[in-house]
Design a protein around this ligand. Structure first.
Ligand code: TAP
Length: 496
């Protein structure tokens, strides 16, 4: 029995999961994962091939056509999803442990995400039962109209390394509630929790072949998935560059796309805000998942009159973010996913300094722990046309820009290719609502950040993607809408 407070004594090996069972890896290659927070090997996962993907898609298609899931009642789907939520909670310790080891997240954050994931299954169970269409009884005596929803079919699901389990939970239960079947390809470095979820779903009574996992590289399995002509919908969460490839590859069969891409998300702090609360929120929005977060609050747009005072409050908060072993429940700052990514983040800090930004705090790697960590970093004297204000750094690096008027604040916030999320800090309700209405972002927060549950949809404006996940929208996204006209009574013949 694994002690979840200590590193594993052996590397855990995973096969892959298709048609309701584990498939032995045979002679396939493996990918070994070093824990980002400890730099020791923790898991080994199979590198599936294009042929494995073809097989899994055929299995998912067969399951869809067999109607073991696609046409069963919402009540039956809900029962499976509710059991899955219980299954997740039963395995919370184990899931959080392996997720921490593969991602480098602080364990307390992992536990929170896994608990939240169970909530998505519960919420989607409700939507499975309430999903309905429309009836048109206003078409005259001789015509009756209906609009129904039906599952689209087979979904290809590609997920990133930064939130392997919660992103999965923001997709799978909604897809299943709609009645679709799924083939998932998690990021190669963080496949464990997706494979564990496949087993939980099967134990929860999900029919074989409805959820399948084919781990492997993006360049082989991912690319084959986005080009696949027997996949009806592709749900992709990841970078804008791969998102563009997904868009182009979808031309193979005009598959429907749901794209959740990057963000360069503004934190707008007005002078009338409770500045202590705002400093705490901005610190959290920056350090959550060590900044490796699509909705990370990475651009601080602060009113000039309070800029110095706010900078001081923020530095004080950032200096007290707890670092340490990611398996320690007290640790708040997680590790950086790979050496290359750490070098990229620190490279951005240098680029900012070269462009004239001033290093207000942080800026280096944290040497005190095994693994790789970056200090929470604040760059001031930033203009919105600098690289550090325009590009997604995906690390705990915050670019601070000052403004004088509400129009200027909103203009800076919107002057970016991304439009994923925005946070607004003010005690003036008129200002909050005006900013919220004018800011181009799919998710907005007032006097808070990175909060929410399954009820509200997530997704981006502009180049942050298209489509919406979670909420009722998250189920509807994976349905086809059909209109039905029913003529009543005797037909008036066209050919008399
Ligand atoms: P990517 O490099 O884009 O990887 C995402 C997924 O795509 C991985 O599973 C990857 O596989 C796969 N992939 C790579 N090349 C592919 C190809 N040619 N065809 C198909 N799939 C391919 O992103 P990342 O670095 O993992 O994640 C960070 C990015 O995701 C950031 O930009 C972040 O903002 C975004 N993100 C967005 C959201 C939302 S909700 N908008 C949430 C989380 C993350 P391998 O890694 O196994 O090669």
């Amino acid at each position: 029995m694994q002690d979840f407070t200590k590193l594993p004594s052996t590397v855990r090996e995973f096969d892959f999961f298709v048609d309701g069972k584990w498939i032995d890896r045979g002679s396939r290659g493996q990918s070994e994962r070093l824990s980002p927070g400890h730099d020791v090997p923790v898991t080994r996962t199979v590198r599936c091939t294009k042929e494995d993907l073809d097989h899994a898609v055929a299995v998912a298609r067969r399951a869809f056509n067999a109607k073991t899931w696609s046409t069963v009642s919402g009540a039956e789907r809900a029962a499976v999803l509710l059991r899955a939520a219980t299954g997740i909670r039963d395995k919370l310790d184990e899931l959080a442990y392996w997720e921490t080891l593969e991602t480098g997240k602080a364990i307390s954050q992992c536990r929170g995400e896994i608990e939240a994931a169970a909530g998505h299954y519960e919420y989607a169970a409700g939507v499975a039962r309430t999903l309905s269409g429309e009836a048109f009884n206003n078409l005259g005596d001789k015509m009756f109209g209906l609009v129904t929803r039906q599952p689209i079919g087979v979904i290809g699901l590609i997920t990133p390394w930064n939130f392997p389990f919660i992103i999965l939970a923001e997709r799978i239960p909604y897809m299943l509630a709609a009645g679709c079947t799924i083939v998932a390809k998690p990021a190669e470095v963080t496949s464990a929790s997706t494979l564990m979820m496949a087993e939980i779903l099967t134990e929860s009574g999900l029919p074989d072949g409805v959820f399948n996992v084919v781990p492997g590289s993006g360049s082989e399995v991912g690319q084959a998935m986005i080009e696949h002509v027997d996949i009806d919908v592709l749900s992709f969460t990841g970078s804008i560059d791969v998102g563009r490839r997904v868009l182009l590859a979808s031309a193979s069969n005009f598959k429907k796309l749901s794209l959740e891409l990057g963000g360069k998300n503004p934190q707008i702090v007005y002078a009338d805000a409770n500045l202590e609360d705002a400093a705490d929120g901005v610190a959290f929005g920056l350090c959550f998942n060590a900044g490796q977060c699509c909705v990370s609050g990475s651009r601080l747009i602060v009113e000039k009159t309070v800029a110095r005072e706010f900078e001081k409050l923020l530095i004080e908060k950032l200096s007290r973010v707890r670092t340490g072993d990611v398996l320690d429940p007290e640790t708040q700052l997680g590790a950086i996913v790979t050496d290359e990514h750490q070098a990229k983040i620190l490279g951005y800090v240098q680029t900012g300094l070269n462009e004239g930004a001033v290093l207000s705090c942080g800026g280096k790697s944290l040497e005190a722990h095994a693994g790789r960590f970056v200090e929470p970093t604040l760059l001031t004297n930033v203009r919105n046309d600098m690289v550090v204000a325009r590009e997604e750094i995906f690390g705990p690096v915050l670019a601070m820009i000052e403004f004088e008027t509400i129009d200027e604040a909103i203009g800076i916030a919107n002057d970016n290719i991304f439009g994923l999320s925005a946070s607004i800090w003010t005690s003036d309700i008129d200002k909050a609502v005006e900013t919220m209405r004018r800011v181009q972002a799919g998710r907005t927060w007032v006097n808070t950040t990175i909060s929410g549950g399954p009820e509200l949809p997530i997704g981006g404006f502009k180049q942050s993607g298209n489509g919406r996940e979670t909420g009722v929208y998250g189920v509807e996204e994976y349905t086809e809408v059909k209109s039905i006209h029913i003529e009543l009574g005797k037909r008036n013949h066209w050919v008399s």
